[in-house]
Design a protein around this ligand. Sequence first.
Ligand SMILES: Nc1ncnc2c1ncn2[C@@H]1O[C@H](COP(=O)(O)OP(=O)(O)O)[C@@H](O)[C@H]1O
Ligand SMILES: [Mg+2]
Length: 401
Amino acid sequence: MTEKNHTKKLDALKRVDIFMSSTTDLEELLKQIMEASQDVTNAEASSLALYDEIAGDLYFEIALGEKGSEIKASRISLGDGIMGTAASSGKSIIVANAYEDTHFAKWADQKTGFKTRSILAVPMIRRGRLIGVIETLNRRDQKSFDEEDKSILELLAHQAGIAIENARLYTDNLRKERLASLGQGVSGAAHCIKNVINILSMGQAAVELGLEQNNIDLVEKSWGHLKLGVDRVTDLVMDMLAFSKDRTPELQPIGLNSLTSEIIMMVTNGLDEKGITLIAELHKGIIKINADSSGLNRCIMNLVSNASDAIGNNGGTITVQTRIIEHINMAEITIKDTGPGIPPESLSKIFEIFYSTKGAAGTGIGLALTKKIIEEQTGTISVDSEPGKGTAFTIQLPLLD
Ligand SMILES: Nc1ncnc2c1ncn2[C@@H]1O[C@H](COP(=O)(O)OP(=O)(O)O)[C@@H](O)[C@H]1O
Ligand SMILES: [Mg+2]
């Protein structure tokens, strides 16, 4: 082998190695591996077929070269042709002259019009399991593929095998994680709904009793419970829907201060009645952001209602601040309360859906939904809490310039 040839082969291997550690796109990676295979063996065409464990045969995943696209839909039985034989025997095969080899299957050439002369086929095997076969066709110098081509293609087949196995493990894990979180979601939702059903059945029993005793006062009072229950189920379902839907927010230029002022006007009376003081410290000047105003409104309402829940009936203060963080071009809104704070061990869980410490009074959707809405508009939300002193939630959103 010439020095130049040697360097070229090493370069191709290095390229694949770098690519393997920098991409997660399996199809692109396999294409790179096959391009390198074709390159280093100086071949006219190359293909990679994967083993389908369920069907028990091979299908083309990548087929490069002039007629590559025409071969892609075909499947190969184990033991059929050179690729099928490499797969069933688990051994690499060099064929110097295809039409003189009894194993060679002519159908592919007939289908594509390609004229196969020489073949090098290498099986991909990981932990004793067949993954597929890679193959290069027709060495450009008209010679047969040799032992050196075989060794280098075996190296590339090894790398391709690892990449495929990793990608499959990754997909498997993702599926497992999704299933696990779905399970968590369902049990969380069931728990919330059970709480609401308790309210509803209490109301129902009381209405029945009232009707039996002709006690219209009791009926009226219980009717209130029923309405509350229905409202809560409605909110719960709407929140769950909002949370589960992937959507692109409708962004429009809005003023953060005017949005905040509207919310403050809406909640001040209710908070007053609970003995909670609301302090507004708004940036002096307009803060223009590109945001989904109803989504953002919902987020701020959620944070204020959590702050109010945290303070409870013991009296306290909620401070709402807005400001501009110039060096990062962000608008910021902070909702701070003088409640009991969040214990450090809970801090990592509060943004999880259905995590709530409020029993029947909570759903655990508020913060999960808030985070989702904020992140959809490329913002961030963070929390800072000190047990015994209080909690501050901070939302940052890109400024409109
Ligand atoms: N301001 C706050 N102070 C203390 N704890 C809070 C505060 N905000 C949220 N939390 C904690 O985070 C949990 C999750 O909040 P959230 O997702 O809004 O659900 P929910 O309000 O229905 O419980 C709450 O149950 C509470 O334990
Ligand atoms: Mg809440």
